[in-house]
Design a protein around this ligand. Structure first.
Ligand SMILES: [Mg+2]
Length: 205
């Protein structure tokens, strides 16, 4: 059985917009720019990465990790994939754990009816150590770590977001693209033909 790792924040959970919203509510005097392109919102609000981490991991984790909206198209597509591809193991792989906040991500996944076989909590730079055949992630830094640890760099797919435009990994714009042969064929680790059939079926092509 092949394993597909799906990062949570930035792929299926809209962590960035929610963190910005909570930060704005907590700091009403700070100017906020919604159109940001830095992973840690450097160009959106004058709060440091540490201050933002304090909000999401310590002071207001529930407001960030449970109340965040989904990227709805990706969630709907993923549910379809999980139902239709029982031969593949889908695992959530996320750095949102730690600080006794893991239950909040389980709660968010349950709220969105996402039944991952497993949820792996690990830091972004260690995702390449896990036994997964393909990873969808939104972090340029995580791609660089993946490349240092593994030879199958084509099996890291970057989810197109404003904050990863500097990343030269294979790029997808939604999880539907996951099933297009040019991506899943990387390393020949997945059954691209079977996935493509499912893609066609789901979208009635
Ligand atoms: Mg992410």
């Amino acid at each position: 059985m092949k394993t597909i790792g799906i990062d949570v924040d930035g792929v299926i959970r809209n962590f960035h917009s929610q963190l910005l919203l909570v930060a704005r509510i907590l700091n009403p005097k700070l100017k906020v720019i919604n159109d940001f392109s830095d992973y840690w919102l450097k160009d959106a609000i004058a709060l440091s990465r540490e201050e933002l981490r304090q909000i999401c991991h310590h002071s207001h984790p529930r407001q960030v990790f449970v109340d965040a909206h989904s990227y709805e198209d990706n969630v709907l597509f993923l549910i379809e994939l999980m139902n239709r591809l029982p031969d593949y193991e889908f695992v959530a792989i996320t750095a949102a754990g730690g600080y006794n906040n893991e239950h909040l991500t389980y709660e968010w996944l349950a709220k969105h009816e996402l039944n991952f076989r497993r949820v792996i909590f690990t830091s972004g730079d260690k995702k390449g150590k896990e036994k997964i055949d393909l990873l969808v992630d939104d972090s340029t830094a995580n791609y660089k770590s993946w490349c240092k640890r593994r030879e199958d760099i084509g099996n890291f797919l970057i989810m197109d977001r404003p904050w990863n435009q500097d990343c030269d990994a294979n790029r997808i714009v939604n999880l539907g693209d996951l099933l297009k042969g040019e991506y899943v064929l990387a390393g020949n680790s997945l059954d691209a033909h079977k996935l493509q059939r499912s893609y066609d079926d789901i979208f009635k092509i």
